[in-house]
Design a protein around this ligand. Sequence first.
Ligand code: HH2
Length: 259
Amino acid sequence: MGVLNVTPDSFSDGGQFLAPQHAVHRACEMMAQGADLIDVGGESTRPGSEPVPLEEELRRLTPIFEALSKNGIPFSCDTTKPQVARKAIEFGAVAINDVRGFRDSEMASLAAQSRCVCIVMHMLGEPRTMQENPVYQEVVSDVLGFLKTQAKTLESLGVPFSKIWIDPGIGFGKTLEHNIEILRKIGKFVEVGHPVLIGVSRKSFIGRIAEEPEPRERVPGSIAAGLWCVSRGVKVLRVHDVRETVQALRVWEAIQVKV
Ligand code: HH2
């Protein structure tokens, strides 16, 4: 899954793809590089970010949905607002990516009626304050519990099991130790049976480990974490650097098949 942030303030690619022609060019480029799906977002959820009003999110995203749809590019929409999800669905989105995990009942029933894939992510708190001392009883079981509950709700609304993808939400209300614990035990999320999606790309925990303050310089660390996850059964990597990630995956896969 290639990331396309149509925002002025995303933590690693903010401001680059605000103009529809730049956004669509980037989407085509990522597809040519081997992405299967483009995740389009109009609101940054980086730590400390402020919410974007509905009208502004729609203004940013509607021309992009239209252009992706015209060009036959499969896309998901990264939003927490049912009105934005509805617009994405009208333009043929294949998935709704909700970092609030479909806690909003309107969002859940809309997604269920749409027959889209539902990407259920875990976040503790709100983006503005989520990194201020996040506390869990036990991070892996707490996050798993939330994801299972939300997945059951979506199933009860009629979403098929395989169309519910779960995501522990790396960096969303989690310390470095929480992120590492989740990644170390990512197999427990895979055991639940839903496809697992993970977003580690360029995130600050990689910067902390590798002592690399510049998000764009975190590609090697992002690939290392991504390959670890895939080796444990994760099905979807949400990445900014599609070309580099696809090359790493191809080599990794070629070796898997031959041994
Ligand atoms: N991470 C980000 C945004 N959306 N969605 C899912 N399902 N999983 C993630 O890990 C995830 C996500 C944050 O990354 P990015 O979109 O690059 O930054 P920003 O929120 O600043 O736009």
